[in-house]
Design a protein around this ligand. Sequence first.
Ligand code: DP6
Length: 400
Amino acid sequence: MFSATVSAPTNIACVKYWGKKSVALNTPINSSVSVTLDQNDLKAVTTVCVSKSFKKDRLWLNGTEEDVTKSKRFMACISGVKRLATTKVSTEGEVLVDKSEWKHFGVHVSSMNTFPTAAGLASSAAGYAALVAGLAEVFGAKETYPGELSTIARQGSGSACRSLYGGFVAWRMGKDHDTGEDSLAQQVCDENHWPELRALILVVSDEKKDTSSTEGMSTSVNTSKLLGYRASTVVDERMRSIEKAYTERDFETFGKITMQDSNQFHATCLDTYPPIFYMNDVSKSVIKIVHAYNRWKGKVAAAYTFDAGPNAVIYHLEDVADELLALMLQYFPDDKFLGSLFGSSFVNNPQAWDRAKAFGLDDELLRMCDAKGRARGMGGDVKKIYITKSGPGPIVLSKE
Ligand code: DP6
């Protein structure tokens, strides 16, 4: 038996993938680009064991066995990585497994997520990236061209291909619609390129979303004219501009495109028939607050984005991190978070609301809240807050 344990990060797209060109190959109708987050809080940890004595491939997700025998996605990852397997040789040079033998090995996988599954925080991205990275480690897989493993992760879940690299990562849609072999991830900048960049994540709901991405995309492709316009006319130019902005560490442009693209993605959801609503009132409050904050700063200092769920990710730079967190906590108090994380910081302060005013927040921001500093008309509190930044791709934790 051979095994490897790996962890893989999630990623949050700035230009979103929405819509499949080929459902069978899981190729997209447009390219996309995302920031890979660091692995402190949000990651999948996956152990892959392979043995000739395993009669069938099996998966345990967060401790519960899932029936994967009919999961084309899971099976595509296993067979894809097996195709790239190499002969296993001991340190003494003895052949342990010839590469032709791997096909007789069954695969057992146990995977844990450290964040809400299917709540629109790209848990499938981290999960399938960890699966492919773990399989690649066990089978000693060697790519025949750069990005080949990402084409396999893509077949598990589209966004997973981007989690195989750290930093700022593009998923090029590709031109070969028969094989999908050029629909792959490419690192634009590594995880050390923009150390000041931060992401503040407000978990608004940790419940499973009611419309899965796959199902939502299919309805959007079939019914939304706006989606077709977006893919043919908008995305390419946005990709060029945002990659340049990230490379030049130009937050103003990076942030503006990120917000515009999130808004357009959710507009295509509304244009879908019947419409899909991923954002809720809390999400909309976050949008208003971020725009009011940016007006107050006189520049784009914070940029929100929402995936297929109500949870907010707010990109910003380190120099406004405390201020932005304090501001968000005025609107979306999170007592557990305040108590546990900021024992001595100014945000754990009964007079925190006065502090926010002391930042000089203008009347517009204050008008949006009640006396306790909660945004008016808000649907509920946030469940959890994460503060993170860009990080590396999958990490091998152990192997035997
Ligand atoms: C809104 O990658 O979860 O997060 O390929 O069907 O598994 P499947 O979809 P998935 O979709 C992610 C959609 C998104 C945007 C993005 O991450 O680019």
